[in-house]
Design a protein around this ligand. Structure first.
Ligand code: NAP
Length: 252
């Protein structure tokens, strides 16, 4: 059972917290008492909106710009939160992009951009946050993967590889740090309608996908956020190295 302030005293960093699923995660963690660093790369207005909503609701949030796929910027993002609040306890590696094309048409740039933003960023942010989690014997890393990383999807070889890579990363790092009371889990959403990636699909593609989802609807960012929030709490302290799909039964 959650209490309203179960994350009180904890500091969360949500990469790509300015829009879509990331903004829902940032707001949900804040509603549970966490102070939240809202990272963004380009969407400054959206990030500031998220922070403002949190603060107006009585929470604490700060925006932090940085392209987390770049080594120095990922390091700076973590450092800025450390300077602001003195610590990071919960890291949600949510930042992600798609550059969909069939393999034969996919450029090296399409491949590298997606691998960098969707996979390398998680490596970098986790690496820069981890020493303090180990020192304090407490921490939560939650990586936002995708059902596409489990089942594949035509036109998304780059994205599927990055999201499958995140799952392997989750399991390996979970084993490395389990004895230090730091948990590392992955959440693999199906199709989430939040103004983000699903929005870019054509109406025909949306209909085709909806027909494949046993629940007959897309998920919401808030539903994903509730799962991430649970994994962030002390109640989830014995769960690590796991992948949780949240997809309306799509790959059940
Ligand atoms: P979205 O609405 O497009 O939002 C992506 C977020 O990532 C934005 O806040 C964006 O901020 C940020 N971002 C992108 N590149 C970045 C970078 N280099 N550095 C820092 N931030 C960066 O996407 P979404 O649909 O909410 O997806 C969020 C996560 O869930 C992604 O990892 C995605 O792969 C995963 N996912 C989504 C779905 C879905 O159906 N929506 C399904 C499965 C998994 P800027 O605008 O400032 O760049």
């Amino acid at each position: 059972m959650f209490t309203q302030d179960i994350l009180s005293g904890q500091v969360a960093l949500v990469t790509g917290g300015s829009r879509g699923i990331g903004s829902a995660i940032a707001m949900t963690l804040a509603a549970m008492g966490a102070k939240v660093g809202v990272n963004y790369n380009a969407s400054r207005d959206e990030a500031e909106y998220v922070a403002r909503v949190i603060i107006e609701a009585g929470g604490d949030a700060v925006t932090v710009q940085g392209n987390v796929s770049l080594d120095t910027e990922a390091s700076d993002v973590v450092e800025k939160i450390n300077q602001h609040w003195g610590q990071v306890d919960i890291l949600v590696n949510n930042a992600g992009i798609t550059r969909d094309k069939l393999l034969m048409r996919m450029s090296l740039e399409d491949w590298e951009n997606v691998i960098d933003v969707d996979l390398k960023s998680a490596f970098l942010c986790t690496k820069y946050v981890m020493p303090q989690l180990i020192r304090r014997r407490n921490g939560r890393i939650i990586n936002i993967s995708s059902v596409v990383g489990i089942g594949g999807n035509p036109g998304q070889a780059n994205y599927a590889a990055a999201k499958a890579g995140l799952i392997g990363f989750t399991k390996a790092v979970a084993r490395e740090v389990a004895s230090r009371n730091v948990t590392v889990n992955a959440v693999a959403p199906g199709f989430i309608d939040n103004g983000g990636m699903v929005e870019q699909l054509s109406d025909d593609s949306k209909d085709t996908i909806l027909n494949r989802i046993p629940m007959g609807r897309f998920g919401s960012g808030e539903e994903v956020a509730e799962l991430v929030a649970f994994l962030s709490t002390p109640n989830a302290g014995y769960i690590t190295g796991q992948v949780f799909t949240i997809d309306g039964g799509l790959i059940a």
